[in-house]
Ligand binder design. Structure first.
Ligand code: PLP
Length: 407
């Protein structure tokens, strides 16, 4: 993604970030709509986060012992989400990998169900690609993943209840867990259809499988309580396990998985499922994440909504004026623009995009000082530091970029 392969050209090497803006090594300034792929909820170099991190560094950077910040960070996560216990790790990949191991250990089953277009980090069985038919076992999605790892993964089309029912009918007693992004952001933003996550939770429960909701991207971003705050909290269900990352690390390598206490009890040292990490719960990363979450009050989420609405409405308007087929979709405060004329409810729909039009749009925005994700399949991220001037820069760039996409 950083290599600009999807859009062509030379990637910008950034030298510094402040608030809503990044500055590259040539001194060119950009309004940032990538936010380090999601973590920078409060913008770059937030003064309070920075001060807390500097103070933490001065106290030493890693002890390999329990610390107060990691406990407080875990409590902050437990306070906002339905998880009862949390284990801290260092990346979203580690979180989903460990959640799957735990689900397999808890259920004594091997098969994992995932959706095409959902990304859960570079975990071998989760890099599987869809097999040839519905509810068939998958094939490796990249060289380096053994067929045996992919063969234990079932890949289904997103938002497709009958595909889920068919998979559970065929493999039900072998399924350890179903993992899904709470609202996919890795094929662009594709919100679950109403009731879909609740349906997944119920289907898993009925078959003795665990429901793993991956909130690495949506957690503490889509809303104060993550995407679960927009569906499960109101509908009255909770995932068995959840994974978190990005925002909860405040720009440092921190992530987590957690869930039902009886499931977490299977985890070492209490239980037999092994998991550990030299830098897990690192005091500097935990301090950055804790400070970020404590600052992320309802006012922050209201601001993200306001700024996000302004940008996505203006993007839609500019593309309409230029006659460029597009769909703008959102999930809480996350949103993205698809360069296709049809609503996107799964990865097959997302794949109908005109990626050449996106590349032209991307480069015109870049030339006008707006840094978008360099792929048509990514969410756009705003921060509490996106002020009126930053929004104005984006709005001013859109009409010209839309015309470039139309050319
Ligand atoms: N899960 C989701 C939903 C993600 O978006 C990502 C990363 O983009 C991951 C897991 C993997 O996280 P990391 O890149 O920290 O390993």
């Amino acid at each position: 993604m950083r290599a600009f392969n999807a859009v062509g050209g030379t990637p910008r090497f950034m030298a510094s970030g402040s608030g809503a803006r990044l500055t590259d090594v040539d001194g060119q300034e950009y309004v940032d709509l990538v936010g380090s792929w999601g973590p920078m909820l409060l913008g770059h170099a937030h003064p309070e986060v920075q001060a807390a991190v500097v103070a933490a560094v001065a106290r030493g950077t890693s002890y390999g012992t329990p610390t107060e910040p990691e406990v407080e960070l875990a409590e902050e996560i437990v306070g906002r989400t339905p998880v009862e216990q949390v284990r801290l790790v260092s990346s979203g990949t580690e979180a989903t990998m460990s959640a799957i191991r735990l689900a397999r250990g808890f259920t004594g089953r091997d098969v994992v169900v995932k959706f095409a277009g959902c990304y859960h980090g570079h975990v071998d069985p989760l890099l599987a690609a869809a097999g040839s038919g519905l509810a068939t076992l998958a094939v490796p999605g990249t060289p380096g993943v053994p067929e045996s790892a992919a063969a234990l993964t079932v890949v289904l089309p997103y938002n497709d209840r009958s595909a889920v029912e068919a998979a559970f009918a065929q493999h039900g007693d072998r399924i350890a867990c179903l993992i899904t992004e709470a609202a996919p952001g890795n094929m662009g933003v594709v919100p679950p259809e109403p009731g879909f996550n609740g349906f997944l939770a119920e289907t898993c429960r009925a078959h003795g499988a665990l429901f793993v909701s991956d909130e690495v991207m949506t957690g503490f971003r889509a809303s104060r309580q993550g995407y679960w705050g927009l569906d499960g909290a109101a509908e009255g269900w909770a995932p068995d396990l959840m994974t978190f990352g990005k925002v909860m690390g405040g720009g440092f390598p921190a992530a987590a998985f957690g869930g039902r206490a009886d499931v977490m009890a299977m985890l070492a040292p209490d239980g037999p499922v092994y998991q550990a990490g030299t830098l897990s719960g690192n005091p500097v990363a935990a301090t950055a994440g804790l400070t970020t979450l404590r600052l992320a009050d309802e006012g922050v989420y209201e601001h993200l909504t306001k700024v996000g609405d302004a940008i996505r409405l203006a993007a839609a308007e500019a593309l309409t004026q230029a006659g460029v087929p597009h769909v703008v979709q959102s999930a809480g405060t996350m949103f993205s623009v698809f360069f296709t004329g049809q609503p996107v409810r799964d990865f097959a729909d997302a794949s109908t995009q005109d990626t050449a039009a996106f590349a032209a749009f991307f480069h015109a925005m870049l030339d006008a000082g707006v840094y978008l994700p360099p792929s048509a399949y990514e969410a756009w991220f705003v921060s509490s530091a996106h002020d009126d001037a930053a929004v104005e820069t984006v709005l001013a760039a859109l009409p010209c970029a839309a015309r470039a996409a139309a050319a």
